[in-house]
Design a protein around this ligand. Structure first.
Ligand SMILES: [Zn+2]
Length: 137
């Protein structure tokens, strides 16, 4: 065998891991959870400011729930404790984000999308509110 093959398959196992259904589920959760890092980084680089898109929270939620299921199946207290409560801020951040998005409005002058807490349009500087929008979050 060539050395490439030996790196990927050793001890007669792919990456040296003993694979079974729950190992695949656990690794799927790991990949989903880890991918959020790239999503957030890409969004930040794209806007050139720190951005946490909703996809980050969805990936966090789905990945952590899969990893929690894996931990419960394996009866691994470290995994269980690590992911038992993380869904709370993920869901809360999604709720706040969608509520805020629903309250956004368009500037009457340039039609740019404005934050519900904005007094002035960030694109044209037009005054869009005398008072901040009431918080419903
Ligand atoms: Zn405007």
């Amino acid at each position: 065998m060539n050395w490439h093959f030996d790196i990927i398959f050793f001890n007669n196992r792919f990456l040296g891991i003993e694979w079974h259904v729950w190992k695949v589920i656990g690794w799927t959760g790991n990949v989903i959870f880890f991918s959020r890092f790239f999503v957030q980084w890409w969004a930040t680089e794209k806007k050139k400011q720190v951005v946490v898109p909703n996809s980050f929270w969805w990936l966090s939620l789905i990945g952590s729930l899969i990893l929690l299921a894996y931990g419960l199946k394996r009866r691994d207290s470290v995994f269980i404790f690590a992911y038992a409560f993380t869904w709370i801020p993920y869901i809360r951040n999604l709720v706040i984000s969608y509520r805020t998005k629903r309250m956004e409005f368009y500037c009457a002058k340039c039609t740019a999308l404005c934050s519900p807490k904005a007094f002035y349009c960030s694109q044209c500087g037009h005054k869009v509110a005398d008072e901040p929008q009431p918080a419903t979050v």
